[in-house]
Design a protein around this ligand. Structure first.
Ligand code: FES
Length: 122
């Protein structure tokens, strides 16, 4: 499946590419996994029927967040226990201090499509 492009408003118009990373049946409620979206490894999660995408690498050191735990919208790093809100990327507890990049994610028919670049922060 080829990437789909969408235009997005901003201070500068930019093209956001989406790639198909799987099907909705791949991930049950409360589950997450790492996928490749362009040049990024992205964690995707299904929480109460909503879909979320975030950088899989913790902003504290090099650890895969999808190897940690997911508590509702909070992912806990398996290495030192920092937590992030996967909806916004905000840090919820130390030792991380830098927010987690998040990505647009959408469902097209039964396919999961993730943006290949993170959202721009306000
Ligand atoms: S690497 Fe994630 S909290 Fe340290």
């Amino acid at each position: 499946m080829g990437p789909a492009a969408a235009r997005r408003a901003g201070s500068e118009e930019r093209v956001v590419q989406f790639v198909c990373v799987g099907r909705v049946g791949d991930l049950g409620p409360g589950e997450m996994k790492a996928v490749k979206a362009g040049r990024h490894i992205v964690g995707i999660a299904n929480v109460e029927g909503g879909w979320y995408a975030f950088d899989d690498t913790c902003t504290h050191e090099e650890a895969s967040l999808t190897e940690g735990e997911l508590y509702d919208y909070i992912v806990e790093c398996p290495l030192h226990g920092a937590t992030f809100d996967i909806r916004t990327g905000s840090v919820e507890s130390f030792p991380a201090t830098v927010p987690l990049p998040t990505y647009d994610i959408r469902i097209v028919d039964d396919e999961i499509h993730v943006a290949t670049e993170p959202r721009e922060r306000a």
